[in-house]
Design a protein around this ligand. Structure first.
Ligand code: HEM
Length: 425
């Protein structure tokens, strides 16, 4: 039976990519508000694209019969953030096989080891912070997480390398939609980062380096594709960076955690002491409330009708993560920071399929493209929250902690400067 269709609203203009740069995180939801629709046609990066957002559209975006990822990521993101040939750009069997490689790294035991490493490096860094007049907490968190991520992955990291590697990893994260020099730095950071990591993988394969079997360095070095072949060196490096790089990106959430504790002293009071369920709700709310990963792309595999709108095969769809996390149909008073809204939330991240909290993607944790690093992220945030409240004292001097919704990704402008840092008790 033919489904009845209605015309999809169209944003005028031959190229609206500049509006993305101008409006940042709000670009997609602004279009949905203007046209009163969860699907709006536009043109970006020289092609037609459909802007999607909201819980119902999320279920559509993650329907793998209708959408594929191959060819969806724009070149500037591949050249900086993602690298070529990684899991994000695979579909079907090849994707499931590669995704399992990541999921197998995330056992409960290994995630606890990760949490302990994050805590260890926070303590170590504090010793140095205590000798300084002030620190920039965002920048310091990057180094803490680089150290923890390299150790967790089995990557040897010399003390004198820490600043250089941290800068390379952060340049990949901060640059995909940046303009001018920051973007170029991201391209260089990716090239140098891949060279560093592929060199280590080559050493493992040559028997010169012996990481433990449960580490990502070992697993990426010896992973076999469906055809039985080892990954080529470059792809293996891209995948190992797919663990190290986002682990360091958690620094953005560390900065937002510090900002929240500063701006909401009542939260600090609720979190003081041992209050694991409140801590869990608090972290879910940070992941929902603050901007991080703005949107993602996929390409239609066939013609179909959704909500009365005709979708044609081979069309780019851009799905709005940030807008869905702030959609009033899903979240009551979305602009209010309110951890209690998660009081009846299942113990996310779980394998439960969900399309509401899209900080790290939605759908199924194990099957689809949803981020396999959610547990690592949540555990690291639990550690840092407890650390900032229960383990150290510090003062926060007057500074500009505002964050832009235009820069993607974004952080508090000052980076969160702390003074007078010392251990508690
Ligand atoms: C810093 C916090 C993080 C955020 C905001 C984040 C966000 C995301 C998002 C939005 C996606 C895409 C979901 C989709 O396409 O549907 C994703 C995918 C992915 N993330 Fe994360 N992530 C974070 C941390 C991590 C960590 C710590 C790891 C690894 C230890 C990780 C590894 C990955 C990988 C490998 C993918 C690709 C999955 C696939 O395509 O199948 N992420 N992440």
């Amino acid at each position: 039976m033919m489904q009845k269709t209605r015309p999809m609203p169209i944003e005028e203009g031959l190229e609206n990519g500049l509006s993305i740069l101008r409006e940042g995180y709000l670009y997609v939801s602004n279009r949905h508000k203007i046209y009163h629709s969860d699907a709006v046609k536009t043109r970006v990066l020289g092609q037609e694209a459909i802007l999607l957002g909201g819980e119902e559209a999320a279920a559509l975006f993650y329907d793998e019969e209708k959408f594929k990822r191959e060819g969806a990521a724009p070149e500037p993101a591949v050249a900086t953030l993602l690298g070529a040939g990684g899991v994000q750009q695979l579909d079907d069997e090849a994707h499931r096989h590669r995704k399992k490689l990541f999921l197998d790294l995330m056992s409960k035991e290994r995630i606890e080891i990760w949490a302990k490493m994050v805590e260890k490096y926070l303590y170590k860094a504090t010793k140095e912070w205590m000798t300084k007049d002030s620190i920039n907490f965002y920048e310091e968190s990057q180094k803490v997480l680089t150290r923890a991520a390299c150790e967790w992955c089995g990557i040897p990291l010399k003390e004198k390398e820490v600043d250089k590697r941290t800068a390379q990893l952060i340049s990949m994260i901060e640059s995909p939609v940046a303009v001018s020099t920051r973007h170029i730095e991201g391209r260089i950071g990716r090239k140098k980062g891949e060279k560093w990591i592929s060199g280590l993988i080559a050493e493992v394969r040559e028997g010169k380096l012996h990481p433990a079997e449960e580490t990502a360095l070992y697993q990426m070095s010896w992973h076999r594709e469906l055809d039985g072949e080892l990954l080529d060196l470059k792809t293996a490096a891209v995948e190992l960076l797919n663990v190290v790089r986002p682990s360091v990106a958690i620094a953005l959430y560390f900065a937002f955690t510090a900002l929240t504790l500063q701006q909401h002293p009542e939260e600090k009071a609720k979190l003081t002491g041992d209050n694991p369920y409140y801590l869990h709700m608090f972290i879910q709310e940070i992941r929902r409330y603050y901007p991080f990963f703005p949107f993602n792309g996929a390409i239609t595999r066939k013609d179909f009708v959704w909500n009365g709108y005709q979708f044609e095969k081979d069309t780019l769809a851009i799905f709005d993560f940030y807008g869905t996390n702030h959609d009033p149909r899903v979240w009551e008073n979305p602009e209010q920071f309110k951890p209690e809204r998660f009081s009846d939330w299942h113990n996310s991240p779980t394998d439960q399929v969900q399309y509401k909290l899209l900080a790290q993607g939605g759908g199924s944790y194990s099957a689809g493209h949803r981020c396999p690093g959610e547990w690592n992220t949540v555990r690291a945030m639990e550690i840092v929250t407890d650390f900032l409240i229960n383990k150290i004292d510090y003062t926060v001097p007057e500074q500009d902690v505002g964050f832009s919704l235009v820069n993607m990704p974004t952080t508090p402008k000052s980076g969160m400067v702390f003074e007078q840092i010392m251990y508690k008790g």
